[in-house]
Design a protein around this ligand. Structure first.
Ligand SMILES: Nc1nc2c(c(=O)[nH]1)N[C@H]1C(S)=C(S)[C@@H](COP(=O)(O)O)O[C@H]1N2
Ligand SMILES: [Mo]
Length: 524
């Protein structure tokens, strides 16, 4: 019984320590909470193959899985320490200090933190004091103080040390429970308060009304959207848009704290507020975006209507100097991304984006401001929570993903995907609709072909071309005759005549290649 209450004391002390640290971290600008800092270490140290596995297996839930695993680990360790602490409070305190030191090291090293070291350590100190006080206080109430380290023989032989009242009656149960309830309430209160503080960005977003574009995306052409059951929608709703980033907790950037610095190899440094940005000419463009981690046939791809300022207009304001070939962008959570200067200034119209499908950017997708660079994988051109653009040279810096096994420059490879029928579907004999999407930036999709088993390639029908930077829906009618298993394969060709290659490539270092296929069974 006492062991259980000791474990409970450990758990509650850890909860209070973490909640207090979260609250203090939320109040201090530029400071990462210890829990997130430890998580960020895991994210940064995860080898790319494991990261790709996590993205493929858990999708956008990868972060929840990591955080859940951390919470369970900390809970188990804290409960163990508390249980041990019933007889050995010093050991429990020591274990707690070790956990805090680990969290402290992660906090000091955190990439998302911008405050000075001393300030970064404030939440850690609070965690130590609050957690330790709760732990020792609760253990004290359990009556463990009468066990002195010198009476070890008594404890280890299983008999009670001299002077200890019998188990179960040796402590004031009411006082312990009252104290435990108080610690729980304080932990819950701290947790809720720290969440509420993060709400400023959300309420700014809710209240924000973006100006209209002076140069709109225009209506979607007639015939672009094909009427096929189960095909990917031409424009991806925000709620369904894939999400890939290293942020365990989405950076919450209130509008009045946001600014964009443009500096480096420029004639004059500039710093813009959100208002300054909105005062510039806004354009709206439909662009398909995808992730380098998207496997053949994968779902990490979407199309949205983006509203923003042309990146080249912003760079021109600062005046790019000769010799520069790259822009290093930095986010509020200190992600760094390197983009070829040319991709940001040529006629593909890279954007500094504020709106997505008629709304302010969702918090998950970079509120208040992100980059969208048509034709480049997200990790080299789509910085979310953007705060800094440095005009520079590739030779002079290394972006976050570069030492992690990904190419410095990565244009999107052309690709086609079969949406219907789904893999392992059972279909009836007769006409079967095969359909999906294909993308080939920067020139656009010219042709999509479908092959059944080892038959001839047959040309599919394409939705009307919208822009070279948006995908095209396609469909084909297959006359399914022979009952049994069949393999459907798709490939696309761009308007320059480049045909999608059959050769399989993994996602690292610069994106997957290979034809997507699905296996279906024709029923008798
Ligand atoms: N700050 C920040 N921006 C980021 C990332 C990130 O981890 N942090 N990931 C990039 C990657 S790998 C991709 S594919 C896109 C994904 O954008 P989305 O989540 O809006 O789809 O964001 C890019 N921008
Ligand atoms: Mo990505």
């Amino acid at each position: 019984m006492k062991t259980l209450l000791g474990a409970l004391s450990g758990l509650l002390a850890a909860a209070l320590g973490i909640a207090a640290a979260e609250l203090v971290a939320a109040l201090l600008p530029g400071v990462t909470s210890p829990l997130l800092a430890v998580g960020n270490r895991f994210v940064d140290w995860t080898p790319p193959p494991l990261k790709d596995f996590a993205i493929e297996t858990f999708g956008s839930a990868d972060k929840a899985v990591l955080l859940g695993g951390m919470v369970v680990t900390v809970a188990v360790l804290a409960a163990l320490a508390g249980a041990l602490g019933v007889h050995r409070p010093r050991v429990a305190a020591g274990a707690f200090v070790v956990l805090v030191v680990v969290a402290g090291a992660a906090t000091v090293a955190d990439r998302a933190a911008s405050a000075g070291i001393a300030v970064r350590l404030v939440p850690v100190a609070v965690m130590l004091l609050a957690g330790l006080a709760a732990l020792l206080g609760l253990l004290h109430l359990l009556g463990s103080r009468v066990v002195r380290p010198t009476t070890r023989d008594g404890a280890s032989s299983g008999t009670r040390p001299e002077g200890t009242p019998p188990e179960g009656r040796d402590f004031d149960r009411r006082r312990f429970l009252a104290a435990a309830a108080a610690v729980s309430a304080a932990a819950a209160g701290g947790g809720l308060a720290s969440r509420a503080i993060g709400g400023a960005a959300a309420s700014d977003r809710a209240a924000l009304e973006l100006p209209a574009a002076s140069d709109g995306a225009g209506p979607i052409p007639r015939g672009t959207v094909l009427d096929v059951d189960g095909i990917t929608p031409y424009v991806t709703p925000n709620a369904d848009f894939y999400r890939v980033d290293t942020a365990l907790q989405v950076p919450k950037v209130p509008l009045d704290t946001w600014s964009l610095r443009i500096h480096g190899m420029v004639d004059s440094d500039i710093e813009l507020t959100f208002e300054d940005l909105l005062a510039m000419p806004l354009v709206e463009r439909r662009v398909t975006m995808t992730c380098v981690s998207n496997p053949v046939g994968g779902e990490l791809v979407g199309t949205a209507t983006w509203l923003g300022v042309r990146t080249k207009d912003l760079l021109a304001m600062a005046g790019v100097q000769a010799g520069a070939d790259a822009v290093k962008s930095t986010s509020a959570d200190d992600m760094t991304i390197g983009t070829p200067l040319e991709a940001l200034t040529d006629d593909r119209e890279a954007l500094i984006v504020v709106g997505m499908n008629g709304e302010p950017l969702p918090l998950d997708h970079g509120f208040p401001v992100r980059m969208i660079t048509p034709g480049l994988y997200g990790y080299v051109g789509a910085t979310k929570w953007l705060v800094d653009l440095e005009v520079t040279r590739f030779a002079d810096f290394e972006a976050y993903w570069t030492p992690r096994g990904y190419a410095e420059e990565a244009p999107i490879k052309l690709s086609a995907r079969i949406d219907v029928p789904r893999s392992f579907a059972r279909v009836r004999r007769g006409p079967v609709t095969v359909a999906g999407v294909a993308w080939a930036q920067p020139t656009g999709v010219a042709r999509v072909e479908v092959r059944v088993d080892h038959g001839d390639w047959e040309v599919a029908e394409l939705g009307t071309a919208d822009t070279p930077h948006t995908w095209r829906q396609w469909r084909h009618t297959w006359d399914a005759g022979e009952p049994g298993g069949h393999t459907l394969v798709v490939r696309c060709t761009d308007t320059d005549g480049n045909v999608q290659v059959e050769e399989r490539a993994p996602v690292a270092p610069d994106g997957s290649s290979g034809w997507h296929s699905v296996r279906v069974t024709v029923e008798d």
